[in-house]
Design a protein around this ligand. Structure first.
Ligand SMILES: [Zn+2]
Length: 379
């Protein structure tokens, strides 16, 4: 068990206008939480490095990269309705992508098992030819392309940000060597991510979308992992798993309406750590995407750290539980209704029951779409 990570002050130097939710305080909150959890003793810090144009160019079109180089370095401005840049943005952007590449390389080389990229700006909305949704360069896509270039035959990307990872999906949707799986609030920004989006051409079956209704919590996310993501990973047998790790599913996040708690983050992170141990010698790289509640960001980052590199001398939380952490479907779990409202009455119970049913219906739609295409692609 070993971990490498990238943290750097440069990621606070990307400064959208005051009041923008994707703000430098996000990365400060993440760094404070993982530092308090003992990050430095639990992993090795890699130096930050700017990604090269050749590395970015594996997934972004040259005209777009040229446009960014012309507009962004040293300047302030705006690339779409909500994607801004400041004089420090270009350095942060290149180093966020470089961090994911270098952690991917360290994992594939066998120097470490896991990589943790605590970076911003985020990346998963960035398309091959344009910035979108706070994202300029698609960090995880650049990392997956680097993994392929380094010889990984199959790469899986799990995107648990509350928003659909449209950019990553579109970049790889025709590529059978990259499995892209997203669970997200749906319908919601950016509008894509329908269960019927399962990949195109040779990539048909290598894109998986679970669009959950608003109000889902830990139990619904666990069900997505148990019923869809983990079986798909076992079928695909990746050489490496990348996580597009947004924590905007958190119950208090201001930009979305899910109800995931710290417990849910721990369950999801542990599930991917275990399946990576089972399938690909533990090779797992996590890159920060969204998450706009500072407490939720801290909970999420520490959950990933604990799953990736359990604190020495301390048992993994819930390590005495039976393997799998399956929620008991017959046992209402008050923790999932909300953080402080276990017994707030029949109305809430009825509402929660309908959310659970709608979530299962969403999972069933994804399964039906994949079944119609012959299941997740096995190259
Ligand atoms: Zn998001």
């Amino acid at each position: 068990m070993s971990l490498a990570y990238v943290v750097d002050d440069v990621f606070a130097e990307h400064r959208p206008p005051i009041g923008h939710p994707e703000r430098p305080e996000r990365i400060a909150a993440v760094r404070a939480a993982v530092a308090a959890a003992g990050l430095e003793a639990r992993g090795q810090r890699l130096p930050t490095r700017a990604a090269g144009e050749d590395e970015i160019g594996r997934v972004h079109q040259p005209a777009y990269v040229d446009e960014l180089i012309r507009l962004v370095p040293g300047h302030s401005g705006q690339l779409d309705a909500d994607t801004f840049f400041s004089p420090g943005t270009w350095d942060a952007t290149l180093k966020a992508a470089g961090a994911v590449i270098d952690l991917t390389r360290a994992v594939l080389d066998g120097q470490v098992q896991r990589g943790l990229a605590l970076v911003r700006p985020p990346g998963h909305h960035a398309e091959a030819d344009r910035a979108m949704g706070f994202c300029l360069i698609n960090n995880v896509a650049v990392g997956a392309a680097a993994a392929r270039a380094l010889g990984a035959a199959r790469v899986a990307i799990v995107d648990w940000d509350v928003h659909h990872g449209n950019g990553t999906q579109h970049i790889f949707e025709a590529d059978p060597s990259v499995l892209f799986m997203s669970v997200h609030q749906y319908p919601y920004y950016p509008g894509t991510g329908a269960p019927t989006e399962i990949g195109v051409g040779a990539g048909r079956g290598a894109t998986v979308n679970v669009g959950l209704p608003a109000g889902c919590g830990d139990v619904e996310y666990e069900a997505v992992f148990e019923q869809v993501f983990l079986p798909a990973l076992r079928r695909f047998r990746p050489d490496l798993i990348l996580i597009s790790s947004g924590f905007d599913t958190y119950v208090a996040d201001p930009l979305a309406a899910m109800r995931v708690t710290a417990r849910g983050f721990r369950t999801m992170a542990r599930a991917l750590a275990r399946v990576s141990d089972e399938l690909c010698e533990g090779r797992l790289v996590c890159a920060l995407e969204g998450g706009y509640d500072l407490t939720g960001l801290g909970h999420g980052a520490v959950a990933v750290l604990d799953a990736f590199a359990p604190a020495p001398g301390r048992p993994e939380p819930d390590a005495d539980e039976p393997d799998g952490d399956q929620p008991d479907g017959d046992q209402p779990d008050g923790d999932q209704i909300g953080p402080d409202d276990h017994f707030s009455g029949m109305h809430q119970a009825v509402e929660y029951g309908s959310v659970a049913a709608a979530a299962q219906a969403a999972i069933d739609k994804t399964q039906a779409a994949l079944d119609a295409a012959g299941g997740v692609l096995t190259p």
